[in-house]
Design a protein around this ligand. Structure first.
Ligand SMILES: [Zn+2]
Ligand SMILES: [Zn+2]
Length: 823
C-alpha cells in the first residue's frame, strides 16, 4: 500500500452532498450581514413576483446575481443581500379570479385579499426553497433578513414616500384617456405597453360629402365609427384639395364631421384620408386635444360598446366590429378589404391589445424630471455598458405623467381620505411611517384642513400601481425612513441587478422615485442581464412545453452545475439558451474537479514556501496560475463572469488536470526516490497552491463543491470568507514562453505511446526533445519513464520522428520493445 492516502474519502461528488452544506451554511450563518460594518455593499435584487410556479429561467437569473454578491463578499465588502418577495399587484389577483372563479369587484374585499395571500404563501414557499437549494447567499432565509412588499412595514414606507411626494406637489388627479388593459381590468402606464406586429384588416369606406364625390377612408377599426370626430388629410395631398373645410357624414351614425388638414395624415397609408376617433390610439387622443374636439367614449372599461354606439351598444368590441362590417357591406359603403400588418400596442403582462379609456386617476409628475434622470442614466455605471441605451431610449420617450392609481384590491392602499363636507382629499401628515388602510379604517385626523368640517371622511379605495412599491426596494433595503444610521451608510453603495425586460419599468421608476425623494442617483452600479430562453432561442413558457419544472433538474445535476451552466452559456447582457444536454455536459466538470481534489488530498500540505525555493517547473506552474487570474480579473470587475468561468474551467481541466497533475505525479509520489525531499515538497506545495486558487476563483460560481473541498483540505471555516484571488506580482517565470511547447511535447509523447501500442505506464529507452525544454527534463523523464532524455538531434537509428502539434519542431523517440515483442 502506498504511504499516501486520500484525505477526501468519498470518491464521488453528488448533488445530494450539496444539501449537507446548506445545513452547515445555515448553522454558521456565513452570509449574515453586519450593518455595523463600514464597507457596506447592498444588492437590490429583484424581489421575484409570485404569480405561479417558479421556472428554470428565473432561477438561473438569480444564480447570476448571487455570483455578484459572493464575488463582492470575497473582495472584503460587507454584503447586504436581503431576500425580497414582491407580492403586490395584479397577476395574483387575476390568478385568484381564474382559479376560484371569483370576480374581484363582487367579492368582499377582506375575503379576496385573504385568498390572494394564501396563493402567494404557497408560491413563496416554492420559490424560497428553490433559492435556498441553489445556494443563493441571501443574508437570511427568515426573520429580519427577508422583506415582502405587502408587509405592513414595507407598505408603510411606500405610503410615507407617497405622502412626501404629495406634499411636494408632485401628485395630481385628472380625467384623461389612459392605456387600459381589458384583460387586467386596469389602467396601465406607458412603461407597461409593448408593441407587436399583428395581421389585421384594413377596411375602405365611403363617407358622403355634400355636393361632391364621397371621400374614401381606410380604417382598421370600423367599430369606432360612432366615436369619429374628424377626417384628416395631409396639406400636401392634392387628391383632397377640394375637400378641405367641408364636412363628411359618418356612415350608419349620420354624424357630420369636419375635414381638416393635418400633417399627421399619411399620404401613403390607405387612401390618405384618416378617420380620427376618440381614443382610437394615442395619436387620436392628441388630435382631439389639439383641435378642441369633444371626445365620444365608445368603449366601456369592461370592453363593451357604450350607448354612443347606438344599436351596437353592449356588444364587445369584436362583436361590434363584425356587425358593423356586415352592415357597411350590405349598404355598399364598404368597397374594399385588405390584409395588412399593424403595430398594435399590447399590455406587458397579459400580451393583449390595449384600449384608451378615460378615467379619473392620480398622476405622479415625471415629465419634468427627464433631464435629471438622463444625467443619472449617463453617470451611473452600467454592466454591460451597452444596456444603458435601453434606459436612455425610454427616458427620451417619456411624454406623459405616470398614472399611479389602480382600481384593484391587492396592493398598497393610497393613503387618502375625502372630506364628507367639501370632498377634498386629505392625507396624513408626512413624517409618521405608518401603514394605512383607508378602505377599512378612519383617518388619523378628524378635522378637514380645507374646510374645517368634522363631518367624517370617506376612505380612498384604490391601490397603487405595483411599481410604486417595487421602485423603492433599493431604499427600503437600506432602512430608508426606518433606520437612519443604516441609510446614511448604505445609500450610494447599492447595485441594481435585473433583467433587460424591466429597464423601462423597474429601473426607470426606481431612479425617478429615488431622485424625487433624495435628489440623488439611486444606484452606484446597474447590472442588466439577458433572458433565459430555450434551446432554440424561444421564450420559455409552460404552455409551449419548453419550460421544464426546475426541481428534478436540480436534483439530478446539482446546484453547482446549474450555476456554472448559466454563466458558461453567454456573456453578460446576452440571452442564455437553456439545454439539458449542455447542462449534463457541464456537470461532468464537477466530477473532474472532485477527482483532482481527491487525488491531491493524498499529498501533505507543506507550510508556506518561498517562491524562490520552488523548482523551476513549479515556479512556472504558479506563474501560469497567476496569468490565468490576471486574465479573468478585468471581466470580474465588469461583473461579467462568463469569460472567467470559461477560463478557470479550461485551466483546471485542460491545463491543471490533464498536464500538471500528471507531470508532477511521479515527483510527488517519489516512489523510487529519484527526487530530493525538497523537490517532492515543492511539488506538493504547488499542486495545493494551484488548487486553492482554482477553488477560490470558482467559489462565487460553484459555491458548494469548492467549499466542501476547501473545508476538507484547507480551512474548516470554509472558502466563502476567503479573499478572491488576486494577481501575485512575485509569481513570474520566463518559462511561461514555452508553455505551449511543453504541453504539445507532452501530448506528442503520449501519442507516440498510443501509436506504438505501448501501455501509458511503459517506459521509453531514449527520447530527444527541443533544447528549450531543459527545465522540464526531470519531470518529463519521470512522467513518461524516459531512460535517456537528450536535447540534441538523435544519434544512431531506431528513432521515430513525431511532430509536435502547433509547432514546426519534432521529438524523436526510440521505440521501446512493444508489449508483444518483449514476451
Ligand atoms: Zn393586461
Ligand atoms: Zn372639507
Amino acid at each position: 500500500m502506498s504511504k499516501f492516502t486520500a484525505r477526501i474519502e468519498s470518491n464521488r461528488w453528488t448533488p445530494a452532498d450539496e444539501e449537507a452544506l446548506l445545513e452547515t451554511w445555515g448553522q454558521e450563518e456565513i452570509y449574515a450581514f453586519d450593518p455595523r460594518a463600514k464597507n457596506l455593499y447592498s444588492v437590490d435584487t429583484p424581489p421575484p413576483y409570485l404569480s405561479g410556479h417558479v421556472h428554470i429561467g428565473q432561477l438561473v437569473h438569480y444564480t447570476q446575481i448571487d455570483i455578484i454578491a459572493r464575488y463582492r463578499r470575497m473582495q472584503g465588502l460587507q454584503v447586504n443581500f436581503p431576500l425580497g418577495i414582491d407580492r403586490n399587484g395584479l397577476p395574483v389577483e387575476l390568478r385568484v379570479e381564474k382559479e376560484f372563479g371569483m370576480n374581484m369587484h363582487n367579492t368582499p374585499r377582506e375575503e379576496f385579499v385573504r385568498k390572494c395571500k394564501e396563493q402567494l404563501d404557497m408560491y413563496e414557499e416554492e420559490v424560497v426553497e428553490s433559492f435556498r437549494r441553489l445556494g443563493i447567499s441571501f443574508n437570511a432565509y427568515s426573520g429580519d433578513g427577508v422583506y415582502r412588499t405587502d408587509s405592513p412595514k414595507y407598505r408603510a414606507v411606500t405610503q410615507a414616500t407617497f405622502i412626501s411626494l404629495w406634499k411636494q406637489g408632485l401628485v395630481y388627479s385628472d380625467y384623461r384617456p389612459n392605456n387600459w388593459c381589458l384583460d387586467c381590468g386596469t389602467t396601465i402606464a406607458d412603461a407597461e405597453v409593448e408593441y407587436e406586429e399583428r395581421q389585421t384588416t384594413l377596411y375602405y369606406l365611403y363617407f358622403q360629402v355634400e355636393r361632391m364625390e364621397p371621400i374614401k377612408i381606410a380604417t382598421t377599426r370600423p367599430e369606432l365609427l360612432c366615436a369619429c370626430g374628424a377626417i384628416f388629410v395631409h396639406p400636401d395631398d392634392e387628391r383632397y384639395r377640394e375637400y378641405r373645410g367641408k364636412k363628411a357624414r359618418v356612415p350608419i351614425f349620420d354624424i357630420d364631421v369636419p375635414i381638416i388638414e393635418s400633417a399627421t395624415a399619411q399620404v401613403e397609408f390607405g387612401t390618405g384620408a384618416l378617420m380620427v376617433c376618440s381614443y382610437g390610439d394615442m395619436a387620436d387622443v392628441m388630435a382631439f386635444r389639439n383641435f378642441g374636439l369633444k371626445p365620444i367614449p365608445a368603449i366601456s372599461p369592461e370592453g363593451r360598446m357604450t350607448d354612443a354606439a347606438g344599436k351596437y351598444a353592449g356588444l364587445s368590441t369584436s362583436e361590434a366590429k363584425k356587425k358593423i362590417v356586415e352592415d357597411l357591406r350590405a349598404r355598399g359603403i364598404l368597397y374594399k378589404e385588405e390584409s395588412i400588418n399593424q403595430r398594435v400596442p399590447i399590455c406587458w403582462r397579459s400580451k393583449t391589445p390595449i384600449e384608451f379609456i378615460a378615467m379619473d386617476e392620480y398622476y405622479l409628475r415625471q415629465t419634468e424630471f427627464t433631464d435629471a434622470l438622463m444625467k443619472i442614466a449617463l453617470e451611473t455605471k452600467f454592466f454591460p455598458d451597452f444596456h444603458r441605451q435601453i434606459l436612455i431610449d425610454w427616458i427620451n420617450r417619456v411624454s406623459v405623467d405616470w398614472p399611479v392609481s389602480r382600481r384593484r384590491f391587492y396592493g398598497t392602499e393610497m393613503p387618502i381620505w375625502y372630506c364628507n363636507a367639501c370632498g377634498k382629499p386629505v392625507l396624513p401628515e408626512p413624517g409618521e411611517v405608518r401603514y394605512y388602510q383607508p378602505w377599512r379604517e378612519d383617518p388619523p385626523f378628524n378635522k378637514c384642513p380645507e374646510c374645517g368640517a368634522e363631518n367624517g371622511f370617506k376612505g380612498e379605495e384604490r391601490t397603487f400601481d405595483t411599481w410604486m412599491d417595487s421602485s423603492i426596494s433599493g431604499l427600503q433595503i437600506i432602512g430608508y425612513m426606518r433606520n437612519d444610521a443604516l441609510f446614511r451608510k448604505g445609500f450610494g453603495n447599492v447595485i441594481r441587478p435585473q433583467g433587460k425586460d424591466i429597464v423601462r419599468t423597474w429601473l426607470y421608476y426606481s431612479l425617478l422615485r429615488t431622485y424625487q425623494l433624495t435628489k440623488k442617483a439611486a444606484f452606484k452600479e446597474v447590472w442588466v442581464s439577458g433572458h433565459v430562453v430555450d434551446d432554440k432561442g424561444e421564450k420559455m413558457s409552460k404552455s409551449k412545453g419548453n419550460s421544464p419544472p426546475p426541481k428534478p433538474i436540480i436534483d439530478k445535476y446539482g446546484a453547482d452545475a446549474m450555476r456554472l451552466f448559466g454563466i458558461l452559456e453567454a456573456g453578460l447582457g446576452s440571452d442564455v439558451r437553456f439545454s439539458e444536454d449542455r447542462l449534463a455536459g457541464v456537470s461532468k466538470f464537477m466530477t473532474k474537479l472532485w477527482n483532482i481534489s481527491r487525488f491531491l488530498s493524498m499529498f501533505p500540505i507543506p507550510p508556506r514556501m518561498q517562491y524562490s525555493d520552488l523548482t523551476a517547473v513549479d515556479r512556472w506552474i504558479l506563474a501560469e496560475t497567476n496569468k490565468m487570474i490576471e486574465g479573468i480579473i478585468p471581466d470580474c470587475e465588469l461583473l461579467d463572469f462568463h469569460k472567467p468561468a470559461t477560463d478557470v474551467k479550461s485551466f483546471a481541466w485542460g491545463f491543471f488536470a490533464d498536464h500538471i497533475v500528471e507531470m508532477l505525479k511521479a515527483r510527488c509520489l517519489n516512489t523510487d526516490g529519484s527526487f530530493t525531499a525538497e523537490e517532492q515538497q515543492s511539488g506538493w506545495y504547488v499542486l495545493h497552491e494551484t488548487l486553492k486558487v482554482i477553488l477560490k476563483a470558482l467559489a462565487p460560481i460553484t459555491p458548494f463543491i469548492t467549499d466542501r473541498v476547501y473545508r476538507e483540505l484547507y480551512n474548516k471555516r470554509g472558502i466563502h470568507r476567503e479573499q478572491f484571488p488576486s494577481v501575485n506580482a512575485e509569481w513570474q517565470s520566463p518559462l511561461t514562453k514555452e508553455t505551449n511547447l511543453v504541453l504539445q511535447t507532452d501530448a506528442a509523447l503520449w501519442k507516440f505511446k498510443r501509436d506504438s501500442n505501448m501501455s501509458l505506464r511503459q517506459g521509453i529507452p531514449e527520447a530527444c526533445i527541443p533544447g528549450r525544454l531543459k527545465s522540464w527534463a526531470k519531470d518529463l523523464k519521470a512522467m513518461h519513464g524516459i531512460q535517456t532524455l537528450r536535447f540534441t538531434k538523435p544519434k544512431g537509428t531506431g528513432f521515430t520522428q513525431v511532430p509536435i502539434p502547433e509547432s514546426d519542431e519534432f521529438i524523436y523517440v526510440k521505440g521501446a520493445q512493444t508489449a508483444e515483442s518483449s514476451k
